[in-house]
Design a protein around this ligand. Sequence first.
Ligand SMILES: CC(C)(COP(=O)(O)OP(=O)(O)OC[C@H]1O[C@@H](n2cnc3c(N)ncnc32)[C@H](O)[C@@H]1OP(=O)(O)O)[C@@H](O)C(=O)NCCC(=O)NCCS
Length: 71
Amino acid sequence: MVHPDCRGTGIGTELMKAALAQADFPVLLTVDPNNALAVKFYQTLGLSIREHIRGFYRPHEDRSLMVYRSM
Ligand SMILES: CC(C)(COP(=O)(O)OP(=O)(O)OC[C@H]1O[C@@H](n2cnc3c(N)ncnc32)[C@H](O)[C@@H]1OP(=O)(O)O)[C@@H](O)C(=O)NCCC(=O)NCCS
């Protein structure tokens, strides 16, 4: 999580790029499908939504499973 005062300044993008550059593939992560900003953030980095999982954490907490493969 990037501190709220520092969001929108490129920190998250740089951290994710550094992590992806060192990762084994595929990279999988989950995100709240209602968190449009985060979904867009990950899509811009090259991740795509693989699956919508209902009740991932609790019955009312769905998640989108996102995947990143090496370019
Ligand atoms: C999602 C998150 C990690 C992004 O980190 P960040 O450092 O703010 O992202 P960046 O500054 O690299 O910006 C990435 C994009 O999101 C936009 N953006 C992200 N947060 C923003 C904010 N608070 N205000 C305005 N724009 C924002 C940027 O404009 C940018 O879009 P662009 O490339 O089209 O200009 C950060 O907002 C965060 O910690 N959010 C709360 C936790 C969360 O939702 N995590 C995801 C859960 S899986």
